[in-house]
Design a protein around this ligand. Structure first.
Ligand code: BTN
Length: 255
């Protein structure tokens, strides 16, 4: 990539025209000892994966579909912090190259006007003590037009191009993400999660709002109070009881 000013993010890029999923390739490369900052990027994914076993629609030439290999020296239970870190870096990059100000919805959706713009899927290879690698999968809807989305998807998804009215240079977007990510990540490794947490909370639409959280077991309604230091959502229900939410689908209650 031209004009890359990072120390390691994006220095090794595996570029593919069409793959099943960049996550799959990144997992393989991580096992083969690929260096930190290695990126797998594809023009199209034929079985892009989302959270909770969902499909991630990844049509040719219109989006950024990539997986980044990180090797943080943190215990496995702290690895989810990297999802929040990636979300912050992506919002910063979007703010730098467009006039848009996206919001983050816990844990890792990036939205504009309530519609999904970016999804992040973080997966790790670890044993009890040690993280071997964290694969941060990032899907960004970039240059799709509204008619490129199926009618039912048009209601819930959007792209940078739809929202800004401009064509966006995908290479420039990726480079800006690498820069922001590297800076935050270095800061995180030396100073811990604090700065990332503050930034994340400043972009989060969820915090302080009435929300509904659907977990695998139950549906809880209440006020999102904040996140803990490991990125768990604190939800105070209507009776004042605080729940620690590790994994759920969140929707904002309309007033
Ligand atoms: C979600 O919101 O459910 C997460 C979506 C993550 C999609 C990205 S695209 C690049 C990488 N490869 C995949 O198969 N998924 C992630």
């Amino acid at each position: 990539l031209l004009g890359l000013h990072t120390k390691r993010m994006g220095h090794h890029v595996h570029y593919e025209e069409s793959v099943e999923s960049t996550q799959k390739i990144a997992h393989r490369l991580a096992q083969e000892d690929a260096v930190e900052g290695t990126v797998v990027v594809a023009e199209e994914q034929t079985s892009g994966r989302g959270r909770l076993d969902r499909v991630w629609y990844s049509p040719k030439y219109t989006g950024v579909w990539m997986s980044i290999i990180l090797r943080p020296t943190v215990p496995p239970q702290q690895a989810p912090q990297l999802t929040l870190l990636a979300a912050v870096a992506i919002v910063q990059a979007i703010e730098e190259i467009t006039d848009l100000s996206p919001d983050i919805k816990w844990p890792n959706d990036i939205l504009i006007n309530g519609k999904k713009l970016v999804g992040i899927l973080t997966e790790m290879q670890a044993d009890v003590e040690r993280v071997h690698s964290v694969i941060v999968g990032i899907g960004i809807n970039v240059n799709q037009q509204a008619s490129d989305f199926a009618p039912n998807i048009q209601k819930i998804a959007t792209s940078l191009s739809i929202e800004s009215g401009q064509q966006i240079n995908r290479a420039e977007l990726m480079q800006t993400i690498f820069l922001k990510l590297e800076k935050l990540y270095d800061d995180y490794l030396t100073h811990g999660f604090k700065v990332v947490k503050l930034l994340w909370e400043s972009y989060a639409v969820t915090i302080g709002k009435q929300i509904v959280a659907r977990t695998l077991r139950e549906t809880i309604e209440g006020t999102a109070k904040g996140i803990t230091d490991d990125g768990t959502l604190l939800l105070e229900d209507l009776h004042g009881k605080v729940h620690y939410i590790h994994s759920a689908d969140i929707s904002l209650k309309s007033k």
